[in-house]
Design a protein around this ligand. Structure first.
Ligand code: FES
Ligand SMILES: [Fe+2]
Length: 387
């Protein structure tokens, strides 16, 4: 049992690099959102990110998506240095060239250097599993016996299909945050801070009313909705399946371990509705450092009206396309500052916290799932360092 002034178990990976490494090894087995499909829509396009504490990249080869650890099989140079791009898999260090299966088949002066043909060298990039669902690409370390992506997503699937359809147009944003990924994930699951932290946006109208908010838990995931009714999630799911869902205020879907998609509703001066979707992931980089990876997706919108109103509609749409990213960045910067603060006192975080059952219950759900996943991984991999 931890003593009252020891760091809480859930925060150990935020203060101890070895615990962070072990945690990430465990979580790399879980299907993890990696990027929008639009990042790898064209043949040869690739996107670099992190999975389970390791640099990885996803690349399209025709109609197939492949994923690899971003480390050359020769002498460990990264294949991809930029965030995204397009082109063959050629290592910049000695020009080894890989095929779609990740095998090095173009090796300069192979006979001179190794006395054999490239194929005989049998050098491969390490693969990861990747699979797309709707407009989202997920990955995990290879686990042929593991659950399917469909089983992992469960009831989240119809909502994700509605919020993030394939081929959506988007704006990408992001940057590093000096805070552990769990603080950043917690703040996305916390609806209590809006007045204190976002006074000019989400908190401008005061605190949420607990009766007007529904939190739903399904599998390892959760959702937030302000739709009315006895079973609001059932209504949301039905509308999502029918392709008619439009958020009254917000719908937020959070997938374990770190993914959030929110559809939010804005209206212009003439009352026309616009729907934007923000997709977020906090890629864990180190125990005290994460990278925010975010995308703003253009949501459904009614066609411009005829005549002068149509001119206004087009103008308003352009303005909203600029205003939404501005406010999204402001809100995220406010959240990031809170998380940097928590990181600065992470060693003093004990089990003695007081989650609000009304507004912070999803943090408790998340931590239950986290503990179960990490301990399941520890049981199946006894040689891992203790967390
Ligand atoms: S390290 Fe990649 S080709 Fe040498
Ligand atoms: Fe926030």
């Amino acid at each position: 049992m931890p003593s009252a002034d020891q760091p809480a178990e859930w925060v150990r990976a935020a203060v101890d690099p070895a615990a962070f490494t072990a945690e990430q090894q465990a979580l790399g087995r879980v299907w993890t959102f990696l990027c929008l499909d639009g990042e790898v829509a064209q043949d040869g396009q690739w996107f670099r990110t992190d999975l389970g504490g390791r640099s990885v990249f996803i690349q399209r080869f025709g109609d197939r998506l492949r994923g690899f650890e971003n480390v050359c099989a020769h002498r460990f140079h990264p294949i991809r240095r930029e965030r995204s791009g397009k082109g063959a898999m050629v290592c910049a260090f000695h020009h080894w060239r890989y095929n779609a299966e990740g095998q090095a088949l173009g090796i300069p002066v192979c006979d001179e250097a190794y006395g054999c043909l490239p194929k005989q060298l049998n050098a491969h990039l390490k693969p990861i599993e990747v699979e797309a669902f709707a407009g989202l690409v997920f990955g995990r370390f290879p686990d042929p016996e593991g659950e399917t992506l469909a089983d992992f997503l469960g009831d989240a699937a119809p909502m994700l299909a509605a919020l993030c359809p394939p081929g959506s147009t988007f704006t990408r944003f992001g940057g590093e945050v000096p805070a552990n990924w769990k603080f950043l994930t917690h703040v996305t699951l916390d609806d209590y801070h809006i007045v204190a932290v976002h006074p000019s946006t989400f908190g401008a109208n005061g605190y949420l009313k607990a009766k007007e908010v529904t939190y739903a838990r399904f599998g390892r995931h959760s959702a937030y909705t302000t739709e009315p009714g006895d079973d609001p999630l059932a209504g949301v799911l039905a509308d999502c399946r029918a392709g008619t869902y439009r958020a009254r205020d917000y719908l937020i879907v959070n997938l374990f371990p770190t993914f959030g998609a929110s559809q939010f509703h804005t209206i212009d001066l003439l009352g026309r509705s616009y729907y934007s979707v923000m997709v977020l992931r906090y890629a864990p980089l180190a125990h005290d450092r994460s990278r925010l990876e975010g995308w703003l997706i253009d949501g459904p919108i009614a066609p411009p009206r005829p005549g002068l109103l149509g001119v206004f509609d087009r103008f308003a749409q352009k303005m909203i396309a600029r205003i939404v990213p501005f406010f999204a960045r402001r809100v995220l910067a406010e959240d990031n500052a809170v998380c940097e603060g928590q990181q600065s006192v992470a060693r003093q975080i004990t089990e003695d916290q007081r989650l609000s059952p009304a507004f912070e219950k999803r943090i408790g759900w998340f931590e239950e799932t986290y503990a179960a996943e990490v301990s399941a991984a520890r049981e199946t991999a006894p040689s891992q360092p203790p967390m």
